[in-house]
Design a protein around this ligand. Structure first.
Ligand code: TRP
Length: 334
């Protein structure tokens, strides 16, 4: 049995930004040296929201290109599209029968996304965490690197796995562990440090898109909100300064620099120097990635071949596991 499997995914929502990169994709790259990895483009999740239902296939290729450009090696890792593999929806149904409604009612992301108009929210948005559990458990995954905002969904996934295992008196599903690493697992808006960086923020100034040019990145960082206090000396001076903390986290995450060194270098000064250093760091990393993404997107055959290969690898594991799951449930077998 493989007990070293990493699984994660990003939704093809269009307009990938720094939050997707630092909060997710960047942290996946290093796992490839020590573990078997499966990275999925979760398009079934994307259609839970009406604004994501357009240009699905282009956006799917964009995420695939972002994975590869960021350092996911398709020879080592399995990269595939969720909707290509039937097992995700099928297992989601089975797991939904092991998920009390009360558990779903606690999910804060649903409450945030559905807003006031809960009665009009689609059922799929509500049951989305069950589909996420199915993604993870279909491959019997052990580790799931995710951003901080997905922690609650991971806990639910473990509860569902346990509920299934207990009912059928089996230990078929492992209990996957969330891995929340990195200094910027939650990248915030450049305009409001209390809001997550998001592609649906009406202001483009609030985020750095993975396809922004160097010039645009520089301007956005220059105009990013800070405050009138000088650059902090230590962590205590970061209290109640979410915008400053966010910029520092972005810098640390990309540069790999130690926090103490940043405090030493910039403390007491205004933000001009720090913002220049930050711009340089972000531009040098992101422009490499966006160039590579553009190259990949102009060679569709190459990307398609990667996704086909990933599909074949994912199909084999998912079909084996689905057969086992059906045996455990004792469904009639033709
Ligand atoms: N829900 C995750 C997000 O919005 C995406 C996701 C779907 C995922 N299925 C997953 C992440 C399985 C990790 C594992 O970011």
């Amino acid at each position: 049995m493989n007990d070293d499997l990493v699984f994660s995914g990003v939704q093809p929502t269009g307009n990938l930004h720094l939050g997707n990169y630092l909060g997710a994709i960047k942290n996946w790259v290093d796992f490839q040296t020590s573990k078997k990895c499966i990275f999925c483009i979760v398009d079934l999740h994307a259609i839970t929201s009406s604004e994501n239902r357009k240009e699905l296939s282009e956006n799917t290729k964009q995420v695939a290109a972002a994975y590869i450009a960021s350092g996911i090696d398709p020879k080592k890792s399995t990269v595939f599209v969720q909707s290509n593999i039937e097992g995700h929806s099928e297992l989601a149904w089975i797991l939904s029968c092991h998920t009390p409604i009360g558990w779903l009612n606690r999910m804060t992301q649903f409450k945030d996304k559905a807003g006031k108009n809960k009665e009009k929210a689609p059922l799929g948005l509500y049951s989305y965490p069950v589909l996420m559990a199915a993604d993870i458990l279909l491959y019997k995954s052990n580790y799931v690197p995710v951003g901080d905002d997905q922690k609650q969904h991971l806990e639910l996934c473990r509860d569902i796995a346990q509920s299934f295992n207990r009912f059928y008196d089996t230990n078929f599903f492992p209990l996957p562990e969330p891995i929340i690493t990195g200094t910027a697992t939650r990248v915030m808006s450049l305009k409001d440090g209390k809001k997550k960086m998001s592609k649906s923020d009406p202001s483009d100034q609030s985020r750095i898109n993975m396809t922004d040019t160097a010039d645009i990145i520089q301007k956005k960082i220059q105009r990013a909100r800070t405050d009138s206090l000088p650059f902090p000396e230590d962590d205590t001076e970061l209290k109640d300064r979410p915008e400053v903390e966010n910029l520092i986290n972005i810098y640390l995450s990309i540069s790999g620099e130690k926090k103490q060194n940043i405090f030493k270098e910039f403390s007491g000064r205004d933000f001009k120097g720090f913002k220049e250093a930050l711009s340089e760091t972000v531009v040098s990393r992101m422009s490499k990635i966006s160039n590579e993404m553009n190259k990949l997107l102009s060679d569709k055959d190459y990307l398609n071949a990667i996704l086909l290969d990933g599909f074949n690898k994912a199909k084999e594991i998912s079909e084996t596991n689905m057969r086992e799951i059906k045996k455990i449930i004792k469904f009639y077998s033709k």
